[in-house]
Ligand binder design. Structure first.
Ligand SMILES: [Zn+2]
Length: 342
């Protein structure tokens, strides 16, 4: 992977490390690396924030100085942190090493949504033709790209703010562009699958992923968008993993020391993983449970294993995500994942 590998020390009071292993923290619980770095940055210079494993809920915060790590651990461990929305972190010292924590074993990749068996998830292959794909790509290629850390994006309808993972409803950018009219028209056919699917969409995010770049595990913020999210894949293929986290055993539970390695493997049982192949020109619909209760994630791979084939990501993948901005709070049936009902 090229990233530093970390592991927890055996000794409970080893204060010789500038690296902290932080649980109940990470993109899967709504904390971006930027937020984590800024909170820990108040205790000293942070060299980096890394994922401790693929869960999205455990990170390594690496300080320049051991003293800063000591200070941050003392101040932040096990106490509700106001700058993290009252969340309590569970922190231990970590020593940098090349030990492998093998939590990245792959799951079999399905090629149809019915094989995944996640309620509300649909995948339609060849939703557009190769010619339409080409036209959509050339339309966005002359559009106004914004550069994020690892990918480029364009927003239409409403601006999306990554810091708060929400839409700025004051920043209405106008109607969706003409180049998606045909797609919007065709999307209406999804209502025959399920009458509850809302097809009046008003926000488009275009993402361009270079090879090897993925997406951290997340659920689209409930309060930001309504219940149906459409994602059209163009140019290159990828796989998407879905994770359903069971109630986290970390929340509110004090850290027990000494047998950290065992805790790590137990923790990996805390979510169910399912994976699906998204070929170019296919459209994925997340609705109901698949939209509200499952994290979705694109692994940072250059090659994906699908059935018995190895499939290269391609020089880029472009996705068109079509959503409807929510006006008013979410009233879904999944309050544990719902920012409106917390
Ligand atoms: Zn909700």
């Amino acid at each position: 992977m090229g990233l530093p590998r970390f592991t927890c020390p055996k000794g409970r009071d080893d204060e010789s490390s500038p690296h902290l292993y932080v649980a109940n923290c990470g993109p899967a619980v709504g904390l971006s690396y930027e937020i984590i770095a800024s909170v820990f940055g108040t205790y000293g210079e942070v060299k980096g924030v890394y994922s401790a494993d693929e869960s999205g809920t455990r990170v390594i915060v690496s300080f320049q100085e051991k003293g800063s790590a000591q200070c941050a651990l003392k101040e932040l461990n096990g106490k509700p942190c106001s700058s993290l929305g009252g969340r309590s972190l569970h922190i231990q010292y970590s020593v940098q090493s090349l030990n492998k924590i093998n939590s990245t074993e792959s799951v079999p990749v399905a090629t149809s949504a019915s094989d995944l068996n996640i309620p509300g998830l649909f995948l339609i292959q060849d939703f557009i033709t190769a010619k339409e794909e080409e036209e959509l790509l050339s339309a966005v290629d002359c559009g106004p790209w914004k550069h994020l850390a690892k990918r480029r994006v364009q927003h239409y309808g409403y601006e999306f703010c990554y810091g708060i993972r929400n839409v700025n409803t004051n920043q209405y950018l106008g109607e969706l562009p003409d180049f998606v009219s045909q797609i919007l028209e065709r999307v209406r056919s999804f209502q025959t699958l399920d009458g509850a699917i809302d097809v009046s969409l008003d926000q488009l995010t275009v993402n361009e992923y270079p090879p090897g770049v993925g997406l951290s595990p997340h659920i689209d913020t409930h309060s930001a968008f309504e219940g149906s999210i459409f994602s059209l894949s163009l140019a290159g293929p990828c796989i998407m993993e879905f994770r359903k986290y069971t109630t986290s055993t970390w929340q509110g539970k004090p850290t027990t020391s000494g047998d950290n390695e065992d805790q790590i493997s137990q923790e990996n049982l805390d979510f169910v993983r399912k994976s699906i192949y998204l070929p170019p020109r296919s459209i994925l619909l997340l609705s109901g449970e698949s939209r509200y209760a499952w994290h979705h994630y694109i692994p940072h791979h250059k090659v994906d294993k699908v059935k018995d084939s190895l499939i290269r990501r391609g020089s880029r993948r472009v996705s068109f995500t079509l959503r409807k901005v929510r006006k008013g709070p979410c009233r879904c049936e999944f309050p544990q994942y719902c920012d409106s009902q917390k």
